[in-house]
Design a protein around this ligand. Structure first.
Ligand SMILES: Cc1cc2nc3c(=O)[nH]c(=O)nc-3n(C[C@H](O)[C@H](O)[C@H](O)COP(=O)(O)O)c2cc1C
Length: 235
């Protein structure tokens, strides 16, 4: 099913500088239906597994969904979750009409079965987790668990960007864990943490929009300004 996609040369991103890739790794939610070679998906997952994990345990597991029927089942769940999310966005005054982000998110929700690949990063739990999840440091442990899969997820997003593949991090389906578990035949010891639709992008990559460092950083103590400093050239 996976043949080499027909791609125009100009679509292949020439940049390999890590900073260029990070600064233009925005959510690409409008994706073409063209197949993506499985070898590329292998490469992005491999890039993911170069990330760190708690205790070096590498409890990440990945499910790559390419079957149309399965994508459609997941898309149905996602759309249901999106209907709730869009109500919350609307309450905050954000609608597809006034927010580019909501518009793109709505597009993705309505077309989730279209991209050739839905990649689902999961984390394997262990018997010892139970005691920690029921213990006094539960909240800390939950943070650490997430921290054992999100570095891999970010590496995957960066790798997709570097290869000219569109991707975005989504989490709506984690609200429907039981249904996802059934669709994907997941054993009890795996928990989904995200869903990353991957495909060749319809639009162009562009810079991300972020708050400046000095607005979100303090020096030594909270409240003490971190200075705005001149840009350092990439090496
Ligand atoms: C933890 C997390 C959960 C997210 N969940 C979703 C999601 O379910 N659906 C979606 O369309 N985008 C989701 N996003 C993407 C963000 O909306 C997006 O990164 C943000 O709006 C910034 O846009 P940009 O990535 O294009 O710069 C999520 C991002 C993060 C970090």
């Amino acid at each position: 099913m996976f043949c080499s996609a027909q791609r125009e040369e100009e679509d292949i991103m020439a940049e390999t500088d890590l900073f260029d890739i990070m600064y233009s790794c925005r959510s690409m939610r409008r994706l073409r239906t063209d197949p993506v070679p499985l070898a590329l998906i292998y490469k992005v997952i491999e890039a993911g597994t170069q990330g760190p994990s708690g205790g070096g345990v590498q409890a990440w597991r990945f499910v790559v969904v390419t079957e149309q029927k399965v994508k459609e089942q997941i898309a149905e769940i996602y759309l249901r979750g999106w209907r709730m999310a869009e109500t919350n966005y609307a309450k905050a005054g954000l609608t597809p009409e006034n927010s580019k982000n909501v518009r793109a998110a709505a597009y993705l929700a309505e077309h989730l079965a279209a991209p050739p690949v839905l990649l689902i990063p999961c984390l394997r739990s262990r018997k010892s987790h139970e005691a920690r999840l029921n213990g006094p440091n539960r909240e800390t442990f939950l943070r650490i668990l997430g921290g054992s899969i999100y570095p891999a997820i970010q590496n995957i997003l960066l790798a997709c960007r570097a290869l000219g593949l569109g991707a975005s991090l989504t989490t709506i389906t984690t609200l429907y864990e039981d249904e996802m578990r059934q669709i994907l035949d997941l054993p009890e010891f795996l928990t989904t943490y995200a869903l990353i639709p991957i495909g060749y992008p319809k639009g162009k990559f562009g810079p991300v929009t972020r708050r400046p460092v000095e607005e979100v950083t303090w020096l030594n103590r909270y409240g003490e300004a971190f200075p705005q400093l001149p840009a350092v050239e990439n090496a």
